[in-house]
Design a protein around this ligand. Structure first.
Ligand code: CTP
Length: 398
């Protein structure tokens, strides 16, 4: 799968650096050559010797190693690879990358390289959530750096939350996608997915049954064709797709902000089941039960993300694809929705409970375009995703 490819692996100084030993093995098993580089801090966690032994190559550690400069200068080293992988990408390394620092070998290589970069962030949850880190990640995504992870879970520091480095196999998958030569290579595509949560008070919210399965499958299929995918997801139960940039949101308003921030994109696929309404006044404290009194919720309309993007005067994606979940007169309603919202295509499906589609593994869709209606047979959501991704690739080629 990765035969003939070369990965320049920059290992940052975090506890998850130990996972890089496994990562090197998995990459090599798949035929990739790995040139390892360790930051000074990384050498506190893994030794250049073990890294070099597994990679079967010299491990580079210092910018001012004159022998290396004689053998292979840092500029050349930064260009030999098909992909630069930064794992673990610590908060400090990400900040250096976002700020354009070049004060050691790792950061200099990252500045000098003209090859794509994939970073696997790993840090304490508070550090990950810190506005500075989030700002840096946004900057890096805008610079075209691909991200894999972090995952949420127990952390080495005893806390819990997002910040764990993606597992070696997830990184291998993301490497495969970053190197995928497909018709969508170089195209940035946005996918929205999952439900939204509209808060009532700090502990209650309004949600829907979307699992995020179809949106996730579409993101993976697009990445498989070489696209650079930005995946904006509400709180969905389906595990996040590997090899794509993931932006987690809660409410429809958050989702619209994230979508706007992800532009410009060549195409947008709006598979999220966005709540049409939110509670007009979210209570800042938990609403208490009062005997004989029922609370009344007043609603406010949420922004229609699909319609907003479809009707942009400037910077509209060349192709906008919406979804229509209907329970009756599927095609007619979906046709009307396409006109009303101003998107190019609508993928319509019948979500009556007896179809088992909402939350299930299969889907039976109709693709509605300007030319007419195509009825696709019932198939797995993965297959629907692959077909749709292929159609998107075709449309963007024209
Ligand atoms: N959508 C959106 N923002 C919203 C509501 C929906 O982006 N606030 C998008 C969905 O992601 C989907 C499409 O619009 O691509 C259709 O959503 P749907 O809820 O079926 O359409 P509505 O406009 O809500 O119409 P109705 O509820 O009358 O079926």
């Amino acid at each position: 799968m990765l035969a003939g490819k070369r990965v320049l692996l920059i290992i940052g100084g975090g506890i998850s650096a130990y996972k890089c030993l496994e990562l090197i093995r998995r990459l090599k098993e798949r035929g990739a050559a790995v040139t390892p580089v360790l930051t000074r801090a990384a050498q506190e966690f893994v030794t250049p010797l073990s890294v070099a032994a597994l990679a079967g190559e010299k491990a580079y550690t210092d910018l001012f190693d004159l022998t290396d400069e004689a053998e292979m200068g840092h500029i050349q080293l930064s260009r030999v690879a098909d992909l630069v992988v930064v794992a673990p990408a610590t908060a400090d390394l990400l900040a250096k990358m976002a700020g354009g620092h070049a004060d050691d070998l790792a950061s200099t290589l990252l500045m000098a390289t003209d090859t794509p970069v994939l970073a696997a962030p790993a840090m304490n949850v508070r550090m990950y959530e810190h506005p500075a880190t989030q700002r840096n990640l946004t900057t890096l995504a805008g610079d075209g750096v691909r991200l894999v992870g972090p995952n949420a879970g127990d952390m080495a520091c005893g806390e819990f939350g997002p910040g764990r480095m993606a597992e070696p196999m997830e990184i291998v998958e993301a490497v495969g996608m970053a190197l995928a030569d497909g018709p969508l290579k170089g195209r940035r595509i946005l996918v929205t997915s999952g439900p939204t949560h509209e808060p009532i008070d700090p502990v209650r919210y309004i949600a829907n049954r979307s699992s995020g399965a179809q949106g996730t499958a579409i993101a993976e299929a697009l990445a498989g064709l070489g696209a650079e995918v930005v995946f904006v997801t509400g709180p969905a139960e389906t595990p996040r797709p590997a090899g794509v940039e993931v932006i987690e949101v809660e409410s429809a308003n958050d989702m619209l902000d994230a979508v706007r921030g992800a532009l410009p994109v060549a195409a947008g696929v709006f598979a999220a089941a966005v709540a049409d309404w939110r509670v007009a006044r979210e209570s800042v404290s938990k609403i208490k039960k009062e005997k004989g009194k029922l609370p009344t919720l007043e609603f406010a309309e949420n922004p229609d993300i699909l319609a907003t993007i479809s009707q942009m005067k400037k910077g509209r994606p060349a192709l906008v694809v919406g979804f229509a979940a209907e329970t009756d007169d599927v095609v007619e309603h979906a046709r009307a929705k396409r006109e009303r919202k101003g998107c190019d295509w609508i993928v319509a499906n019948d979500v009556r409970p007896e179809t088992g589609i909402m939350g299930g593994a299969e889907n039976a869709v109709h693709l509605i375009t300007e030319e007419g209606v195509e009825d696709w047979p019932r198939m797995g959501k993965d297959e629907v995703a692959r077909r749709l991704a292929a159609r998107i690739a075709e449309a963007l080629e024209q």
